[in-house]
Design a protein around this ligand. Structure first.
Ligand SMILES: Cc1cc2nc3c(=O)[nH]c(=O)nc-3n(C[C@H](O)[C@H](O)[C@H](O)COP(=O)(O)OP(=O)(O)OC[C@H]3O[C@@H](n4cnc5c(N)ncnc54)[C@H](O)[C@@H]3O)c2cc1C
Length: 438
């Protein structure tokens, strides 16, 4: 009898670790997967269960290709390459990723599969808007190149499709030109949520990037106070060396995962973070990694939540439903779970990709402990999100029920019909797809 060795696999939130067979794509035999099928995995930065497959197979894409046309900024890149690796290669020759997540340790495959958004969504859309083609392995075993012209439905379902249409092996992506590796950033400290929101709206017209940290540890009128930062790439006139992209290696927290975040440390941190921000500052020069990826300074920082893990809950509601954002922050402030990281962003127009998360509106991200109390608090909140016409981000989710996806993603049937066509036996599946009936 052959024994198949399995590995512990979990999302970044560490909420539901499972055991699965881990293979590189070259070792993958699609005909011998069994009923649990397989799911592609990048660097495991999805918070919930999107890149895990309990009792089944988890496939890592491989490859190191970065083939840049330095004249046009079109890059052919392996899906396994991370944004970090890509930036090291392209910034020195004047190009930058069109969309960056809050961490640079995300693969190109993961960026496409989650159709990631960044601080520039209001201006530049999400990652899929910049993908010109993907080469992918379908459930049939065919290795195909898919473009928006060759198979519009498969292309749209793959960008945001959470790995469920096939394994992306390579993509062609349009980069954006930059003339410096530095950012010029403005900061505003705002003493309530109204001020945060209006500052963000004003900043959008003239700034490529805007984002806010908001405080859900204070109650009353100050709940939702925050720090808005906005900015753009510096031009050469700032004197910055365009080739100087040298992110510092992350500091490692030694020892086992120990819970450092609780309601007291969360409140203390939030108060300190708010107070130390300047009331108003313009023209600050920052490095790309300092501006886009501050959390990457600490390796495996997710362990500060301890072994029980944490959820990152992210929803978007239409622009006129900003009261849902207000209620969400007030609900967290009232029930005082451990919390210090809440991020607010305003999305621009959405896309026609059926499982893509962004739509015009306010999106709020909250890091919270994985407890039963938090789960029931979020369930009540989620009803408000859906009633307002909002939805949840599948790359972050660990909790919502299937009904939340059918309500939040009206094109879900379109996605399913693509899967019916290219993968009728559901070879590609994950704990997320089973939990949500995708
Ligand atoms: C600190 C932090 C900050 C973040 N900030 C943002 C943010 O600002 N905006 C945002 O949109 N997201 C953000 N995220 C989420 C993250 O960008 C996404 O979850 C992304 O998909 C992770 O990429 P990964 O390579 O780690 O993929 P994994 O987490 O391993 O997988 C994520 C999904 O992509 C699929 N996938 C991975 N590789 C492939 C492939 N080769 N072919 C097909 N499918 C594949 C998987 O099946 C899975 O469904 C953040 C995450 C962290 C930890």
């Amino acid at each position: 009898m052959s024994v198949v060795s399995t590995h512990r696999v979990s999302g970044w939130g560490n909420t539901t670790p499972v055991r699965a067979r881990l293979v590189d794509d070259a070792e993958l035999d699609l005909s011998s997967l069994g009923l649990r099928g397989a799911i592609p995995r990048g660097l495991g930065r999805a918070y919930g269960d999107a890149a895990q497959n309990s009792g089944g197979t988890v496939v890592r894409a491989t490859g190191e290709t970065i083939d840049l046309d330095a004249a046009t900024g079109l890059v052919r890149v392996s899906a396994a390459v991370s944004i970090d690796e890509l930036l090291c290669h392209v910034i020195p020759v004047g190009w930058f990723v069109p969309v960056s997540a809050g961490t640079r340790f995300v693969t190109i495959g993961g960026a496409i599969a989650a159709d990631i958004h960044g601080k520039n969504h209001h201006r530049d859309g999400s990652f899929g808007d910049w993908v010109r083609s993907v080469r992918m392995l379908l459930a049939s075993g065919d290795d195909v190149v898919v473009t928006p012209q060759s198979d519009p439905e498969l292309f749209a379902a793959t960008c945001g499709g959470m790995g469920l249409t096939g394994l992306i092996r390579e993509a062609t992506v349009q980069l954006i030109p930059v003339s410096s590796s530095q950012m010029v950033v403005s900061t505003r400290r705002c003493n309530d949520l109204d001020a945060v929101m209006s500052t963000m709206v004003d900043a959008e017209d003239t700034n490529r990037y805007t984002v806010a940290w908001v405080d859900a540890t204070v109650r009353g009128a100050s709940c939702g106070r925050g720090i808005v930062t906005f900015g753009d790439h510096a031009d050469e006139a700032s004197g910055a060396d365009p080739a100087a992209y040298r992110p510092r290696s992350p500091v490692r927290i030694p020892g086992p995962a120990v819970p450092l975040v609780n309601s007291v440390t969360g409140r203390m941190f939030s108060e300190m973070w708010y107070r130390r921000a300047p009331r108003s500052r313009d023209g600050e020069t920052m490095s790309i990694s300092g501006y886009f990826h501050p959390l990457d300074g600490v390796d495996r920082w997710n362990r500060v939540w301890g072994r029980r893990g944490f959820v990152q809950h992210q929803f978007v509601v239409p622009l006129d439903a900003d009261d849902v954002v207000r209620d969400a922050l007030a609900t967290v402030a009232a029930s005082r779970p451990a919390n210090f990281l809440n991020v607010l962003k305003r999305f621009g127009p959405g896309s026609d990709r059926p499982l893509s998360f962004p739509m015009p509106g306010w999106t709020l991200t909250m890091d919270l402990p994985a407890t039963a109390e938090v789960a029931s608090m979020l369930r009540r909140l989620d009803e408000r999100v859906l009633a307002a016409g909002g939805r949840h981000y599948l790359a972050k989710d660990a909790l919502v029920p299937p009904a939340a996806v059918s309500a939040g993603y009206p094109d879900l049937e379109r996605f399913r019909s693509v899967r019916d066509r290219v993968d009728p036996n559901r070879v590609w599946c994950s704990d997320l797809s089973r939990r949500l009936g995708l």
